[in-house]
Design a protein around this ligand. Structure first.
Ligand code: TYD
Length: 144
């Protein structure tokens, strides 16, 4: 359970890009190109205009978020600080560490939000209420 983490622990990782005249490839291997083993991959698509996703934090799970197509903004919040990161290239991955509230907004038409996750799906790992999140951060502020 990560209470001590801040938005400054989250960073945009520039991924590799294999150029080809007929198209590019970006390869992501767990623990090589990103800091953790990948246990699950999912992607958001067909997001209607104006929709907002996320709106939760994870206690232990960490993620890489990639705009595989199109663009969107990720709002990061650690209970004290907030920042907005625009993702608009398929070779940039936003590393979101555990204990960070995130919202994903401003999806462009046809955007695909690819998520590489460090854990399998576990609903107990989610904090879905922002007041519970700030309480969690206060109570666990000494635990890194
Ligand atoms: P959720 O994580 O709330 O989506 P987002 O944060 O992107 O808005 O998930 C939406 C629904 O999908 C919810 O009912 C849980 C389900 N879900 C799974 O069953 N497995 C998964 O791996 C994920 C990511 C979601």
């Amino acid at each position: 359970m990560k209470g001590k983490s801040t938005i400054y622990d989250c960073s945009v990782i520039e991924l590799n890009k294999i150029h080809n005249r007929s198209g590019n490839i970006t390869v992501i291997e767990g623990k090589t190109d990103i800091p953790f083993d990948i246990k699950r991959v999912y992607y958001l698509y067909d997001v209607p205009g104006g929709a907002e996703r996320g709106g939760h934090a994870h206690k232990d799970l960490q993620q890489i978020i990639v705009a595989a197509s199109g663009c969107f903004d990720v709002v990061l919040d650690d209970g004290k600080n907030r920042k907005v990161i625009e993702l608009n290239r398929p070779y940039f991955g936003l590393h979101v560490v555990p204990g960070i509230w995130r919202e994903i907004i401003n999806f462009s038409s046809g955007a695909i939000c690819l998520v590489l996750a460090s854990h399998k799906y576990d609903k107990e790992d989610y904090i879905r209420d922002h007041n519970s999140f700030t309480k969690f951060k206060d109570e666990n502020s000494s635990i890194s």
